[in-house]
Design a protein around this ligand. Structure first.
Ligand code: PLP
Length: 437
């Protein structure tokens, strides 16, 4: 049967060169395990777990069945003053795998929403503790925390804005942690912990008592996997404590086994006050994210609000959507039943060896990796990002899906990848990288 040509005029694709895509569409039609298939039936290995979402591989029947069953039973619950039981069950399950002390969970639908929610929770906490002047935030150069902050600035309902300072978020950036001498470091660089002292400098410059929170990705993912130097996160923790600043780990990519533990916080032995997560929470199947906070953060906010009021004037129509909760519960069930976090840890040395076998290619200028995530930095061409985009398209044609950011490829296959498939993925990388100028 001949397929109707697709009219691509109307869907404005995100983070995409739409005009190029219309000329040379790269489409997926089916997925199973670590494979996608194009509409022409061509196989494409999944070297980025979708978008770091599908840690347990694609097409898991356990999730499909849970979602179908939930849709038939209770397709939607408003979560403002109403609830479905599986949201509490999910929050309890998450509390069981989160670092000790982080056991209060707020749900949203995307990583960006989780980050926005975390910003507001941090502000609400300081206000509750009698420090409403803490409205400044610190994050890091090269960090990625989603795209949603503008929504709050635009919000016009005074009750939803009043508690959140100037609304436009005031941010000061620390330096990123990459440096020349780290090139081709596998795992954590030995030097660079002193870069955390940027937080102290910022406290001295702006007044630590004006800062609400410092947000970092424990491993900076989207920029191309920048692994924190030994001692860096611990140092951030110490400085944050010294100045009464909340430490927020954005674990949207690093969560759910990517580093070998449930969360990077446990892997690196540093407990944040607040943590965001999304993506692999539902194995990518249904949009869902969460913010976990320490008990005392929630308690302080609760204690500061009159008993007849909602404690936080914030939430989404799809917060704790029952179908997303069902998908997340089934996903956590798979992680536990199949021991996937341990599997990722066991596979990591083979994975990192395979990545570092690309070291001698002239097109590669740096390699970085930890757990089951890696960054392959390409030697830059005349226009920054052009080579990354070209290589990404060529890889697709050669049978490998990998996310590119600028001139970095972020290679992070599902935790269920077999060694044979891993070898096939790296062979494709070798071949394609060998073909570009
Ligand atoms: N935070 C981090 C660390 C991310 O990597 C991402 C997305 O890649 C986000 C937030 C935003 O998530 P979303 O695209 O689901 O809004």
């Amino acid at each position: 049967m001949t397929q109707m040509p697709i009219n691509m005029d109307h869907h404005w694709m995100p983070f995409t060169n739409n005009r190029l895509f219309h000329q040379e569409p790269q489409m997926f039609e089916k997925a199973k395990g670590v494979r996608y298939w194009t509409p022409e039936g061509r196989e494409v290995l999944d070297g980025s777990s979708g978008l770091f979402t599908c840690a347990a591989g694609h097409g898991r029947p356990e999730i499909a069945e849970a979602v179908y069953s939930q849709l038939q039973t209770l397709d939607y619950t408003p979560h403002f003053q109403r609830a479905s039981a599986n949201s509490f069950e999910l929050a309890e399950k998450l509390a069981g795998i989160l670092p000790e002390g982080l056991d209060r969970v707020f749900f949203a639908s995307s990583g960006s929403e989780a980050v926005d929610s975390a910003i507001k929770i941090c502000m609400a906490y300081h206000k509750a503790k009698g420090e409403p002047q803490r409205t400044k935030f610190v994050s890091r150069s090269w960090g990625y925390h989603g795209v949603n902050l503008g929504g709050t600035s635009l919000a016009g309902m005074v009750g939803n804005r009043r508690d959140f300072g100037g609304v436009t978020v005031d941010v000061v950036h620390m330096r990123h942690t990459w440096s020349e001498e780290q090139r081709y470091t596998c795992g954590q660089p030995e030097s660079g912990a002193h870069l955390a002292d940027d937080l102290e400098e910022i406290c001295k410059t702006y007044g630590g008592e004006t800062i609400a929170a410092v947000f970092v990705e424990p491993i900076a993912g989207s920029i191309g996997t920048i692994v924190p130097p030994v001692g860096y996160l611990k140092r951030l923790r110490e400085i944050a404590d010294k100045y009464g600043i909340l430490l927020v780990f954005d674990e949207v990519i690093t969560g759910f086994g990517r580093t070998g533990e449930a969360f990077a916080a446990q892997e690196f032995g540093v407990t944040p006050d607040v943590m965001t997560m999304a993506k692999a929470l539902t194995n990518g199947t249904i949009p869902m994210s969460a913010v976990a906070v320490k008990t005392e953060i929630q308690q302080a906010i609760f204690d500061s609000i009159l008993a007849d009021r909602p404690e936080l004037m914030h939430g989404y129509t799809y917060s704790a959507h029952p179908v997303a909760c069902a998908a997340a519960l089934a996903t956590l069930g798979i992680y536990e039943k199949d021991g996937l976090f341990a599997r990722g840890r066991a596979l990591s040395p083979t994975f990192l060896d395979a990545v570092f076998s690309l070291r001698n290619l002239p097109q590669v200028s740096d390699l970085r990796g930890y757990g089951m995530m890696s960054g392959i930095q390409l030697t830059p061409g005349a226009t920054p990002g052009a080579k990354g985009s070209l290589v990404q398209r060529k890889l697709f044609d050669a049978g490998l899906h990998v996310k590119a950011t600028g001139d970095a490829l972020i290679f992070a296959p599902p935790l269920v990848t077999e060694e044979g498939d891993l070898g096939a993925m790296v062979d494709i990388l070798q071949k394609v990288l060998g073909q570009v100028e």
